[in-house]
Design a protein around this ligand. Structure first.
Ligand code: SF4
Ligand code: SF4
Length: 234
């Protein structure tokens, strides 16, 4: 069963609105000292794809269905990569995953995101002004590297997530946040996944996102590096 049409349209709108909002702001953050900090993200730069990604079930389903339709010829390869990544992750937390060098199984052969048009809102909102810091964080997660973030993009993400969760609640489905790799693995291993999720069956419980204390502390310390995007007034 495909995601129901109304639900799919809501997801398309949420992603499009996020991208429109993002396009309206300048790709330069402003430091607390007023110094401009250009965002350095670009195609093929992917140190951040070693991070755990928290998604709503709708985002996971949207990605699953994109792979099954738009990336049909790569479906089996991607499912295999997800299965291998899930096995490698086991019950590791984010820091342990980075220490083990586990990357997102949705990375394509050229190091780009293979599901870019439907990538999670968490990935859309995560930016950095310095890839070297991202590399350091990926390679040495215990160093507690602080990566300045855009409060504007994090706000867009929060807003979109709230809207998606409200829509899921209205549909009577299981709501909350789930870890991307675990959620995709469950979705591909569970017969009639979408139909059962719509019926409110708690089939994603084993994928529920539970940040570890270490991750929470790291996120809290990162807050010190938060910067606002300047709005270009468009
Ligand atoms: S967040 Fe860091 S690793 Fe990810 S694309 Fe941006 S600069 Fe590259
Ligand atoms: S979904 Fe795409 S952008 Fe997000 S972590 Fe995976 S490969 Fe990176």
């Amino acid at each position: 069963m495909a995601m129901n049409a109304l639900h799919a349209e809501h997801m398309r709108q949420a992603n499009a609105e996020f991208d429109d909002d993002n396009a309206r702001i300048t790709p330069v953050m402003t430091g607390e000292d007023g110094v401009p900090m250009p965002i350095a993200c670009g195609r093929g730069c992917n140190f951040c794809c070693s991070m755990e990604v928290a998604v709503t079930a709708s985002e996971a389903i949207n990605i699953k269905q994109y792979v099954e339709t738009t990336l049909k010829s790569s479906l089996e390869k991607i499912k295999t990569r997800v299965r291998h990544a899930r096995r490698a992750i086991g019950d590791k937390n984010e820091i342990e995953r980075k220490l083990a060098g586990i990357m997102c199984p949705l990375l394509g052969p050229e190091g780009n995101c293979s599901v870019y048009p439907v990538r999670p809102l968490g990935c859309r909102a995560w930016v950095s002004t310095d890839p070297d810091l991202c590399r350091e964080d990926a390679e040495n997660p215990l160093a507690n590297v602080q990566i300045a973030q855009s409060t504007t993009l994090l706000g867009f993400r929060e807003n979109m997530h709230q809207r998606i969760i409200a829509m899921e609640q209205k549909n009577g489905a299981t709501i909350g946040f789930f870890e991307l790799v675990r959620a995709l693995h469950v979705a591909w291993q569970t017969p009639n996944f979408e139909a059962r999720w719509y019926e409110g069956e708690p089939i994603l419980e084993s994928a529920r996102y539970t940040p570890t204390q270490a991750s929470v502390e790291q996120q809290l310390s990162r807050k010190a590096g938060v910067r606002n995007n300047q709005n270009n007034g468009a």
